[in-house]
Design a binder for this molecule. Structure first.
Ligand SMILES: Nc1ncnc2c1ncn2[C@@H]1O[C@H](COP(=O)(O)OP(=O)(O)O)[C@@H](O)[C@H]1O
Ligand SMILES: [Mg+2]
Length: 360
């Protein structure tokens, strides 16, 4: 068993997210051998929360097939990530916007459960509720009676600290402005509030900052998406045609400002009565999310059924996906989270271009 033996059997292993071999990705950094022991050093595109275990397993199984009895250790380092043009966000590896063309489709519910699923998988996660029309993350995380702790920094700037629940750091536009205020502020002034919200909150080091955007594709959304160096956007929709028309506008908006659409999540896809587990009632229509994803050649990230437990969790301040009894419904959310991580890795594997400036 030599170093070159090991490298040559590892080289063809496929990083399934990226669809390329470890050789093509330049991912095999080093291999050390002493006697029966093998240490493999890999460089993989982050975020690694799902792929690390898979790579570990695939490398070990491949080596063991040729060298039974070898004692193997796989050490994975991360690389890649989009450019961080905003110093305030320097500690944040991936900034993901959750958007929708229309309100009420479950954008906040998906954002809340996505953040929780990522945290449960071991990621450090922040959740920024920027929905001026109806900030709901404080409620969904049971933090609605909290206020944001703020202080003046040495240079006189006000800085705020997010609140934390279930291992997720949460901050909301509701903490820095009144609801009625939103209606009277024009786009550029609102953008000032958003910048404050983004720049003056101390997030610390994060693997993911999930951004719950206001619904729609107007000035506010455009300003936000061009000011903040997003890694990518996830668009949430329900299956019916009237919601899909808005999804098309969302996708077009993101492409205008050069933000990658990581994919489409279809929420409220169907209803399965608890006493009829084999039935699926497509209350809002069927297959709309998948077909709009095909139309724009963006990934389809999964479907989430309608279930009273999701709504109850949201109202009670408990992201449903964290329920140990969440079962198949929890798996639907976890699958969406895993798919988003895969698409984020695909984006991070390329160098991202700076968003194009557009004046409003
Ligand atoms: N899959 C689902 N099953 C049941 N209720 C849901 C589901 N998704 C969202 N809801 C409920 O629908 C309402 C709207 O969802 P919300 O996430 O607030 O939408 P948005 O942020 O798009 O306006 C909320 O009461 C929420 O609890
Ligand atoms: Mg919302």
């Amino acid at each position: 068993m030599t170093k070159s033996d090991i490298i040559s059997i590892l080289e063809p292993i496929i990083d399934t997210d990226l669809g390329q071999s470890l050789a093509a990705l330049g991912a095999i950094h080093d291999v050390e051998i002493s006697g029966n022991r093998v240490r493999v050093f890999l460089d993989a595109v982050q975020p690694l929360h799902w792929v690390a275990r898979r790579l570990d397993h695939d490398c070990k199984a491949t080596i063991l097939a040729s060298f039974p009895g070898a004692e193997i250790e796989v050490l994975v380092r991360e690389r890649g990530g989009s450019t961080r043009r905003m110093p305030a966000l320097a500690g944040i590896k991936n900034l993901i916007a959750v958007a929708s063309g229309k309100g009420g489709v479950g954008k906040s519910t998906v954002a809340a459960n996505l953040a929780a699923a990522l945290a449960q998988r071991g990621a450090s996660v922040g959740l920024l509720d920027a929905d001026i029309y109806g900030p709901s993350q404080p409620t969904m995380y049971g933090l609605s009676s909290e206020t944001m702790r703020a202080e003046k920094s040495a240079d006189g700037k006000v800085i705020g600290y997010p609140n934390e629940a279930y291992g997720v750091k949460v901050a909301s536009i509701g903490f820095v402005m009144q609801r009625d205020q939103a209606a009277i502020l024009r786009g550029p002034m609102l953008a000032g509030y958003f910048t404050m919200l983004v720049e003056q909150i101390v997030w610390g080091e994060l693997d993911f900052l999930i951004f719950d955007l206001p619904p729609g594709t107007g000035d506010i959304q455009l300003t936000l998406t061009q000011r903040i160096p997003l890694t990518g956007a996830v668009v949430v929709t329900t299956p019916q045609e009237i919601a899909l028309a808005d999804v098309r506008r969302s996708i077009q908006m993101f492409s205008k400002v050069n933000v990658d659409v990581l994919g489409i999540v279809e929420n409220m896809s169907y209803f399965t009565p608890p006493d009829m587990p084999d039935r699926k009632y497509h209350i809002f229509g069927k297959g709309g999310g998948q077909s709009v994803a095909n139309e724009f050649k963006v990934p389809f990230l999964g479907e989430i059924p309608i279930d009273v437990r999701v709504r109850e969790g949201a109202d009670e301040g408990f992201p449903f996906v964290l329920d140990p009894e969440s079962g198949a419904l929890g798996d639907a959310f976890r699958q969406v989270a895993e798919n988003i991580v895969r698409e984020t890795r695909r984006t991070n594997a390329h160098t991202t271009e700076a968003p194009v400036e557009i004046s409003i």
